[in-house]
Design a protein around this ligand. Structure first.
Ligand code: AMP
Length: 631
């Protein structure tokens, strides 16, 4: 048996012994009395009775040995700024932020919503919440008011931390108006909004509610806020993600299990050493940002690079310049970014000293072979695809190179990662699939440490959504199709649900449909994900108008299409904007009225729709075909 095969086998067969060993990677204020409690499946509790704190493990623990080492390297090509914080400086800033939040009454177990651009204060706010035992909920800065309102109402935050503006492609994107609109739409109003003023956009303050962080920080320059020791299963954060319904799910993460899982992943998967520098080019609004910009590198005693900007501004060499300047050892990004770079001058890959770089990690969407090949050859470094989800918080499939460098296969994210009892099952029968047989990727409980513990405030939804879809078996469904080859390598074949993956960003088609349907001219709409050479997928909408002649002329059609896009921009954010909006007079549905999104998708991608025996009216498919053909 290879060393990885036996490592993996032990993680499943001797689960508790395996994870008790990994748990030594972090500090415990009180040791746990039990590694795993799984007497109420599918709810797993890891490291029962142990008390710890994420901020202590990410920051304080390193102070005796690494106070002067870099902890956070912030680079903004949007505002042409760079700032570097040592562990001592990071600690001071986190304490100032924690004291400021505490002065607004934030306590253990309370929620703080963070709606921020990629600036150091966002990371300070996350760690400050962890320090206080408060639960952060970061909302991606590219989201807009309706998304915000839904999350505010579900998380019911005591305080929201935000900023005047972000910047994208050199263009200022004001946040405050969207936030004010979001709060106005929400029922659960926060007591306070704490604002970082970057001086990018004017901000109106709401008297009595809005406070300036600069003022509070100045009052707490010397603050030392003790870490609140949490029982391992107490929540660290809630991160919302999309699924089949219009209502996003709050993925709830524990504290101890998450710390252990991340610390272990840094050793076994990311091959990181203390003192290394990780550059995860993602956003703190997504799970990769939570795990691999903020927590994991700091837990491992590394420096983390936080980047505000695009991969190609000021030019396509910017990421590699950062690697050279800060001696980055691990880069982590999504395949879309590499496809963007692929369109640039290939000389950028050889112009810089990349000798510090050991590994490039890619995740978030399928890694196509040409992209994998181009970047592997261009960099001359191993490229490691890894597959996971917001729900799991760390990789499910990958190559654990820290355990053994088994060869990878193009197009495959690898094999089940230790701790995950991965199955491929037949969606109709629930039976295990054999090699080369397509099935739903599922995980036998208990989920390993670090994975979601429940849906925030809704245990029943956690069970129903994730654990009751495989017939006859209590299995966690990933909602991804997959296949395993004869050598045990997995390949991911797309989602089983209506989730759209645009440039590694996960969007729900229902949410976009609801937004478009709020346009007064729209009676009905279907949104689907269509293959795109650059972004993996883009959203495309098919709308039925209340008055069919509202888009009779090409000019009217164009104007209405622009209008619909604007509504999505304002409500959900540009990231959710459909690439095209087509107008039809009916949508393909089953006789029972269910939208046939998959048939629409097939037409858009030039595939056969297959046998649609339940189709209500074939003319609807013809309309979709004509619309797409007509452009
Ligand atoms: P998110 O929760 O936003 O991270 O999105 C998770 C989804 O992205 C997964 O369920 C997959 O559909 C897709 N995904 C993530 N990583 C990969 C990968 N390496 N290969 C293929 N699909 C991936």
């Amino acid at each position: 048996m290879s060393s990885y095969a036996s490592f993996y086998a032990r993680s499943i067969a001797s689960r508790e012994a395996f994870w008790a060993e990994q748990a030594r990677l972090i500090d415990w204020e009180t040791p746990f009395s039990k590694v795993l409690e799984y007497d109420n499946p599918p709810f797993a509790k890891w490291f029962v009775g142990g008390r710890t704190n994420l901020c202590h493990n990410a920051v304080d623990r390193h102070l005796p040995s690494r106070a002067t080492q870099n902890a956070l390297i912030w680079v903004s090509t949007e505002t042409d700024q760079e700032r570097v914080y040592t562990y001592a400086e990071l600690s001071a800033e986190v304490n100032r932020m924690a004291a400021s939040l505490a002065s607004l009454g934030v306590k253990r177990g309370e929620r703080v919503l963070i709606y921020m651009p990629m600036i150091p204060e966002a990371l300070f706010a996350m760690l400050a919440c962890a320090r206080l035992g408060a639960i952060h909920s970061v909302v991606f800065g590219g989201f807009a008011s309706v998304n915000l309102a839904a999350r505010i109402d579900d998380a019911r935050p005591k305080v929201i931390v935000s900023a005047d503006a972000g910047s994208r492609n050199g263009k200022v994107v004001p946040y405050k108006p969207l936030l004010d609109e979001g709060i106005a739409l929400a029922k659960a109003k926060p007591a306070n909004v704490m604002l970082v003023d970057r001086g990018l956009a004017p901000m109106a303050r709401v008297e009595g509610r809005d406070v300036d962080y600069a003022v509070l920080r100045a009052q707490h320059m010397e603050a030392e806020v003790p870490c609140e020791w949490l029982e391992s299963s107490e929540p660290s954060y809630v991160l919302y993600t999309s699924g089949t319904t219009g209502k996003p799910k709050g993925v709830q993460r524990d504290t101890g299990g998450y710390a252990v899982a991340l610390a272990a992943s840094m050793q076994h998967i990311f091959c990181a050493q203390p003192g290394d520098t990780m550059f995860a080019a993602s956003d703190i609004g997504w799970v990769v940002g939570h795990s691999y910009i903020v927590y994991a590198p700091l837990l491992a005693g590394m420096a983390t690079v936080m980047y505000e900007g695009t991969p190609i501004r000021p030019d396509g060499g910017i990421w590699w310049r950062i690697v050279e300047k800060y001696r980055v050892t691990q880069v982590f990004t999504a395949p879309t970014a590499i496809r963007v770079l692929k369109k640039q001058d290939p000389a950028y890959l050889t112009q810089y000293d990349l000798s510090s770089l050991r590994l490039l990690f890619l995740a978030g969407e399928p890694l196509d072979e040409p992209t994998a090949r181009w970047i592997t050859e261009g960099l001359g470094k191993p490229v490691v695809d890894n597959y996971w989800q917001t729900e799991t918080g760390w990789p499910i499939l990958g190559i654990a190179r820290g355990v053994e460098v088994v060869p990878s296969k193009l197009g495959s994210p690898g094999m089940p990662v230790y701790g995950y009892d991965v199955k491929l099952v037949n969606e109709a029968t629930g039976e295990d699939c054999g090699p080369n047989e397509k099935g739903v990727l599922a995980i036998e409980g208990p989920l390993p440490p670090g994975c979601m513990s429940t849906v925030w405030g809704d245990d029943a939804r956690f069970v129903k959504t994730y654990w009751e879809t495989v017939p006859g078996r209590l299995l966690y469904s990933s909602f991804d199709w997959g296949v395993r080859d004869d050598d045990g390598y997995y390949f991911i074949l797309g989602r089983t649900d209506d989730v759209i993956n645009v440039a590694g960003h996960r969007l729900g088609s229902r949410e976009i449909e609801e937004s478009i349907a709020s346009h007064p001219a729209v009676a009905e709409v279907a949104v689907i994900g269509v293959q795109d050479a650059l972004k993996g997928q883009v959203a495309v909408a098919f709308a039925v108008l209340r008055q069919s002649d509202a888009a009779a002329t090409p000019e009217a059609r164009l104007a209405l299409e622009g209008d619909v896009m604007k509504i999505v921009d304002r409500q959900l954010g540009a990231v959710a904007r459909p690439a095209r909006v087509f107008f039809v007079s009916m949508l393909p549905k089953t006789r029972s009225g269910k939208l046939l999104r998959r048939a629409i998708q097939a037409i858009c991608e030039g595939r056969e729709t297959g046998d649609l025996i339940t189709l209500e009216d074939p003319a609807a498919l013809e309309q979709v075909r004509d619309a797409v053909r007509g452009g």
